[in-house]
Design a protein around this ligand. Structure first.
Ligand SMILES: C[S@@+](CC[C@H](N)C(=O)[O-])C[C@H]1O[C@@H](n2cnc3c(N)ncnc32)[C@H](O)[C@@H]1O
Length: 221
């Protein structure tokens, strides 16, 4: 296990990314190609900046990346990459959505690698993580383009299937992914929603709340 951690840590250092988490996003991107040149990308929980930096490189100079975090991020975009605009804010602050809409009325991709401060209490940590991801999912309603894409980190636990159901209700295709660079002992997984069905407000076509069974069946180990 230690070897896996060291491998991605060393690789991030060599590739000049500020965190090993870059390789989780890279793996999802290489499989699903959901970030495209010219896209405007919103990255919630961006510090120290490796996801934003990678997204900037993929979307290129014609794109834009806006990163939001409680902490200040000091990473700079690389030549040929999209401009990265950093915002220090709490994603729970209702003013943030207004500030983001002044930058872009809508984004093509919303990323969230948000992680709460863990307490060691598994249930409390799971609920705290769900509060954050539910907030990001609510933000898609206002900030994501129709047909846009959403990738978020979530921690598995008893209410995780319900959350996946909420994502399924809003997106055409949903995948639950455990990237190779994610530590096997970690309960984190990534939920990818492709093809946002804007204005669906959490309900599927026939007006029923969707269940999470299908997505859970599609978990990729
Ligand atoms: C795992 S780190 C993100 C790493 C980042 N994706 C990267 O690749 O460099 C999670 C971040 O979520 C941020 N965070 C947690 N709660 C937040 C909140 N309520 N509002 C904004 N950021 C938050 C933390 O400050 C932390 O920097």
């Amino acid at each position: 296990m230690r070897k896996v951690k060291d491998f991605y840590y060393q690789k991030a250092k060599k590739d000049k990314y500020p965190a090993r988490s870059i390789y989780k996003l890279e793996e999802v991107q290489k499989k699903y190609h959901f970030l495209r040149r010219g896209d405007a990308v919103l990255d919630l929980g961006c510090c120290p900046g490796s996801w934003s930096l990678y997204a900037s490189e993929v979307v290129g100079e014609s794109g834009l990346v806006v990163g939001v975090d409680l902490q200040e991020t000091a990473t700079s975009a690389r030549p040929g990459g999209a401009l990265i605009q950093w915002i220090v804010a709490d994603i729970m602050d209702p003013e943030l959505v207004l500030q983001l809409r002044r930058i872009r009325p809508a984004f093509k991709v919303l990323l969230s690698d948000l992680a709460p401060k863990t307490t060691g209490n598994r249930w409390a940590d799971h609920q705290q993580s769900l509060n954050l991801v539910r907030q990001t999912l609510d933000m898609t309603e206002i900030l994501l383009h129709d047909k846009g894409h959403f990738l978020c980190k979530a921690f598995q636990g008893e209410d995780f299937p319900a959350f996946v159901g909420e994502v399924q209700a809003r997106f055409e295709q949903v995948q639950v992914i455990k990237p190779k660079s994610s530590r096997t002992e970690s309960r984190e997984v990534f939920v990818l929603g492709l093809g946002f069905r804007k204005g669906r407000g959490g309900l599927v076509e026939d007006g029923q709340e969707s269940g999470a069974g299908e997505a859970i069946a599609g978990v990729e180990a």
